[in-house]
Design a protein around this ligand. Structure first.
Ligand code: SF4
Ligand code: F3S
Ligand code: FES
Length: 236
């Protein structure tokens, strides 16, 4: 099939403003957008810049805006877009470093701010082995373990666009993963961090994050659970 492809370009070292490159291409409908970008790099412009690593929806590095929606370029097929006009742009809300590459530093700063790691300084059980957990307790936070830190959620959030100091849905998801882990002992600290004016209360339940997540994580639900835990002081 033939597609009309538009790719956002920004080359700061030239001093030029951002612009779009346009291509009319023959592609197979089952090709992924990442394949199409690779083809452009191979045939037209080896300087086209974007992040990618695994090419299988695991590393989270190739989130970008495709026809106005945040997606992983390696997970979306041309035929799934339902249009022969395809526009590829960088994520919103983070500054563009070059072409489709955005500065992820603010995103990872928010992620780090919620202590996204296991905390437990208590002595190990008497047998010196693992800290055991029931299957039901493990299930409680299973959904939020699936995050691959692609930033598709945070960069689709209107509250984050309005104020980049908002910690954002990805950071809350990763806090949720540890807050609800019965083996962890720092839930109260994380809830205090998220009770900040740039924390969970900036979420206006827009649901863009949940729609954008390539891992189908119930992000808005997780945020609601964290809000409830702050209000009630209970982890249910
Ligand atoms: Fe990406 Fe989903 Fe994690 Fe957000 S919650 S960073 S959209 S995987
Ligand atoms: Fe933003 Fe998601 Fe809340 S899009 S406003 S974090 S529900
Ligand atoms: Fe790794 Fe797409 S390249 S998720």
């Amino acid at each position: 099939m033939q597609i009309n492809l538009k790719i956002f370009r920004y080359l700061p070292h030239t001093g030029n403003k951002p612009y779009f490159d346009k291509y009319i291409m023959e592609v197979d409908p089952t090709e992924r957008i990442l394949d199409v970008l690779e083809q452009v790099r191979a045939d037209n412009d080896p300087g086209l810049a974007y992040r990618r690593s695994c090419a299988h929806g695991v590393c989270g590095s190739d989130a970008m805006r495709i026809n106005g929606r945040n997606m992983l370029a390696c997970k979306v097929l041309v035929k799934d877009l339902g249009s022969t006009d395809i526009t590829v742009e960088p994520l919103l809300g983070l500054s563009v470093l070059r072409d489709l590459i955005v500065d992820m530093d603010p995103f990872f700063e928010h992620f780090r701010s919620v202590q996204p790691f296991f905390v437990n300084d208590d002595p190990l059980p008497a047998d010196g082995k693992e800290r055991l957990q029931s299957p039901a307790d493990r299930e409680r936070f299973d959904d939020t373990t699936k995050c691959i830190l692609c930033a598709a959620c945070t960069t689709s959030c209107p509250s984050f666009w309005a104020n980049g100091n908002y910690v954002g849905p990805a950071a809350i998801v990763n806090a949720h993963r540890f807050i609800y882990d019965t083996r962890d002992t720092a839930a109260a600290e994380r809830l205090e961090i998220l009770n900040d004016q740039m924390g969970v209360w900036r979420c206006r339940t827009a649901f863009n994050c949940t729609e954008a997540c390539p891992r189908d994580i119930q992000i808005t639900k997780a945020i609601a659970e964290v809000k409830q835990a702050i209000q009630t002081g209970k982890l249910e």
